[in-house]
Write a protein that binds this ligand. Structure first.
Ligand SMILES: *Cc1c(COP(=O)(O)O)cnc(C)c1O
Length: 412
């Protein structure tokens, strides 16, 4: 196997046509799953293709997005931050205003409708910080489907408020004690459940990763973000944005923002990974693209945090939503083709950006998009005043209050 860095990927005619029929974006993606899962994966792919071609399915999603979730989310000119940074105009895409507080609901509404079309009667999901688990439990309550959420035992302790939310919503939360008891282990366990309950169960994956067709399917549901930004920027500025910035955990909010713009060569894009304590600190970060190597995990080939001999590393980030050792395969391909630039922001930079945003705009962002803002703060001053940056403010900070207070030495 050649290492990725030695084989620069060719520039395709369009960046928006992937994946191919076997689920590959260049050399990344695919479906590396147990034989027992293969029929399910193929059934899902077929059902999704049929749903995409059915106008009623699109209408049902649009209705829920508008009336249940509160879309379109505003595109907001952060005018104090813009003046203070002294360069490009900084716009926030306010996806933190969605029902349940982040972009996760965009994906869950799409997938729950798909599960119903497929006649599935039981829902499972993995969750790390609990944001995806809460969004899944929410749509399961609304559509009256029983759901079980796999969550690492360590995370169950760290994220008690989200565990309580899921339980209130009627979900069964299964703590996973294998490994370090975090997101990677929860995802392994959810895949195991799926294999053993093939007939009635639908697995709602929370990010644009996993085996084909999940990366494409999640991307499509999240692309509502970028589609709205296109229209809103045309209305506000009469032209496309110059720069897009989003944080990267598994990569779903970022690909949702980027995808509708991938073939617009004038639009530059930055994905911001969690730099934790710094790239030079062993196990101290979660930057799979910047500090990892290609390998296979959770059914697809992608960049991973791993040791020399391929053991998956845990990684670290102050933000629980970014500490996944992998990354959606489309991002690995966008990195190799050079279409998107991937950079990192450290825990400290994210904490500083969170406080800056709160004081300057009266908006407490989640720690995840605070990473994106840290990069905006680097680049905005270097651009001129006519240029525009759109940053995806993909989650609110309420969930991070305890983490932030602790880091800042505040007592709650
Ligand atoms: C889950 C989450 C993320 C990370 O997931 P992506 O798939 O990379 O978007 C980022 N921000 C927030 C607010 C989240 O809840």
């Amino acid at each position: 196997m050649s290492t990725a860095s030695s084989t620069a990927a060719a520039t395709p005619n369009s960046f928006r046509t992937g994946p191919d029929e076997r689920g590959f974006f260049g050399m990344f993606g695919g479906r590396f799953v147990a034989e027992t899962l293969m029929p399910l994966i193929l059934e899902l792919e077929e059902a999704y293709e049929a749903a995409k071609a059915d106008p009623e399915f699109g209408k049902a999603i649009a209705f829920l997005n508008t009336h249940y979730s509160g879309r379109p989310s505003p595109l907001y000119l952060a005018d104090r931050i813009t003046r203070d940074l002294g360069g490009a105009k900084v716009y926030f895409k306010r996806d933190e205003l969605n029902h349940t507080g982040s972009h996760k609901i965009n994906n869950c509404l799409g997938q729950i409708l798909l599960a119903r079309r497929m006649g599935k009667t039981r829902i499972i999901a993995e969750t790390g910080a609990g944001q995806h688990g809460v969004a899944v439990a929410t749509v399961c309550a609304k559509f009256e489907l029983p759901c079980e959420i796999y969550m690492g035992a360590t995370d169950v302790e760290r994220q008690a408020p989200n565990v309580a939310r899921m339980k209130l919503l009627g979900a069964k939360v299964n703590p996973v004690t294998s490994g370090a008891g975090t997101l990677k282990d929860a995802m392994n366990e959810a895949l195991r459940d799926w294999v053993t309950n093939v007939r009635d169960t639908y697995y709602i994956i929370g990010t644009a990763a996993g085996p084909h067709p999940y990366p494409a399917l999640v991307r499509d549901f999240q692309s509502v973000i970028g589609k709205e930004v296109r229209e809103q920027m045309m209305a506000a500025e009469g032209r496309l944005p110059d720069v897009l910035v989003a944080c990267i955990g598994g990569g779903s909010n970022a690909i949702g923002l980027f995808h509708p713009f991938l073939d617009d060569a004038s639009v530059r894009m930055y994905g911001v990974e969690a730099g934790g304590h710094g790239l030079d600190v062993e196990n101290g970060h979660c930057a799979s693209l910047t500090g990892g190597r290609p390998g296979v995990l959770h059914g697809n080939r992608t960049y991973l945090l791993q040791t020399e001999d391929g053991q998956i590393l845990e990684g670290h980030s102050i933000s629980a939503g970014l500490d996944y050792p992998g990354i959606g395969p489309e991002h690995s391909w966008l990195k190799e083709t050079g279409r998107v630039d991937y950079v990192v922001a450290t825990d400290k930079e994210a904490l500083d950006a969170l406080q800056y945003c709160t004081r300057m705009e009266g908006i407490i962002p989640a720690l995840e998009p605070a990473h994106a803002l840290a990069h905006v703060m680097r680049i905005a001053p270097k651009l001129d005043k006519e240029q525009t940056i759109v940053m995806n403010l993909c989650g609110r900070g309420d969930k991070d209050l305890f983490t932030v207070a602790k880091a800042l030495g505040m007592k709650i």
